[in-house]
Each structure stands twice: as C-alpha cells, then as structure tokens.
Design a protein around this ligand. Structure first.
Ligand code: UGY
Ligand code: MN
Length: 234
C-alpha cells in the first residue's frame, strides 16, 4: 500500500501523466543489465514509443528495428562509437545499440520512419545548441536537437521556462507529444485538467489535446519534448 492508493498519475482519452511513483520496470530481449520504464507506446494510440532505459554499468540495449533518438539523463553511454554524457543526445537511424560505461539513465524515443531515405546519424550536446525565444519571449528558450531538415520525420526540443514564464497560448494541434520533465516544475493544463508537475514526470499528449504550461518556483522549469514533424497528416 502506498499513500493510500493516491498518485498524481492519470490516463485519459487524450493524455497520460506518468509520475515516478507509478513507474514499473521491465526488461525485454536485447537488454542486458538494463530495464525500461515504458512511458508511451502504440498501445496508448501513440505513433511512437518513449521509454527511460536504466542501466547498470556494462548494461546493453540492442538496436531495434526503428530509428532511435536518445538523450542521456545520467551517467555515460556509448552509442555509434561515441561516448555520451548527461545532456548529450544522438539520432540513430540504424545501429542504435547502447552500452553503459557507468550506471546510466537514458530517454529513448523510437518511431517507424515515414519516408524513403532516413537521414544520417548524428550526436550532439544540448548546451551547444543556441536557444531560440518562443514567439519572441526571452523567458522561454527552445533548443532544437534535430536539424531543420525535412528528411527528419520528428522533432525533439528542450524548452526552458524562467520562473513565472508560460506557454503564450493554449495549444491545440495535430501533432502528438512525448514530454519528459528534466528540471523545476509548474502547472500543466492537459485537456480540461490542470496538474502540478515536476522533474521526473512524463506526459503523453494525443493529437489535439489542449495544452498549456506555467512554470512555478524559484528555478527554471525544463522539459524534453518530442513531436511528429515535417509530414502531412494524410
Ligand atoms: O512544440 C510544441 O508544440 C510545444 N510548444 N508544445 C508544448 O510545449 N506543449
Ligand atoms: Mn505543443
């Protein structure tokens, strides 16, 4: 029994709030000394999969059949012959295998490619990406981790909100989102509900889920956000 059956987690028709108290870890073939917390997958209606892979030192995650994006949350992993540390990321169109050089936690996004020729792989460091203010607001910085090239069929950004900063409007759009809170917190509107959210939480937003966020507290709020991108809906 935990907190008398209470959790902030919630799953509705158009959104999922997945909080760490409700995470269940499971391995699958291709994982050695590693487990995954699957946050969203096609079973929820999503057209992608997002999970947090948790590794002991020496742990491995084999390549899967789909393009993979990884963002290191903690520790060090090797991907495509490169060493990635916290804040580093990689787009791996094939050969997406990961080897943990230390105990590590990695955000993993996988999606069947929509198109003919997948772009080449790349790695980067989030802090090297120049921030862009969202709709001119210098208190809301967007860093695009995937290059602006239509060969990519999804986008992954970080969004950093100064204390008190908000999304400029309630967004309603055809794209779906996978969102992992990296730091700070605030209030997220999802559909007709408002939720307190904090670092470690995950949110899935289905297409057309009304969404808005306001940052609370004395330190910036930051999240990693996936969306399908660069493809017509039909
Ligand atoms: O890119 C986006 O749609 C982003 N502004 N959405 C969000 O933060 N919920
Ligand atoms: Mn959005």
């Amino acid at each position: 029994m935990h907190h008398l059956g209470h959790t902030r987690s919630r799953h509705t028709a158009n959104h999922l709030l997945h909080t760490p108290d409700a995470f269940v870890r499971a391995p699958w073939p291709g994982m050695t000394k590693a487990t995954a917390v699957v946050h969203t997958a096609p079973v929820t209606g999503a057209k992608f999969t997002q999970y947090t892979a948790e590794f002991s030192q020496g742990g491995e995650l084999a390549a899967g059949p789909h393009q993979r994006f990884v963002y290191v949350l903690e520790g060090q992993v090797q991907a495509a012959g490169q060493t990635l540390a916290a804040g580093d990321y990689a787009y791996l169109p094939s050969d997406g295998a990961l080897l943990a050089l230390t105990a590590a936690r990695v955000a993993v996004i996988e999606k069947p490619y929509q198109g003919v020729a997948m772009p080449g792989g790349l790695t980067g460091r989030e802090s090297d990406i120049a921030p862009q203010p969202l709709m001119g607001d210098p208190d809301l910085e967007v860093r695009s981790l995937i290059p602006a090239d239509p060969a990519f069929d999804f986008a992954v950004n970080t969004m950093t909100f100064a204390p008190g900063a908000t999304l400029p409007m309630v967004e309603i759009h055809v794209m779906e989102h996978g969102l992992l809170f990296l730091a700070g917190g605030g209030i997220y509107r999802l559909g007709d509900d408002w939720y307190p959210v904090t670092a470690g939480d995950f949110i899935y937003m289905a297409p057309y889920c009304p969404q808005w966020f306001g940052a609370l507290g004395k330190s910036p709020a930051k999240y990693l956000i996936y969306k399908d991108w660069n493809r017509p809906p039909l």
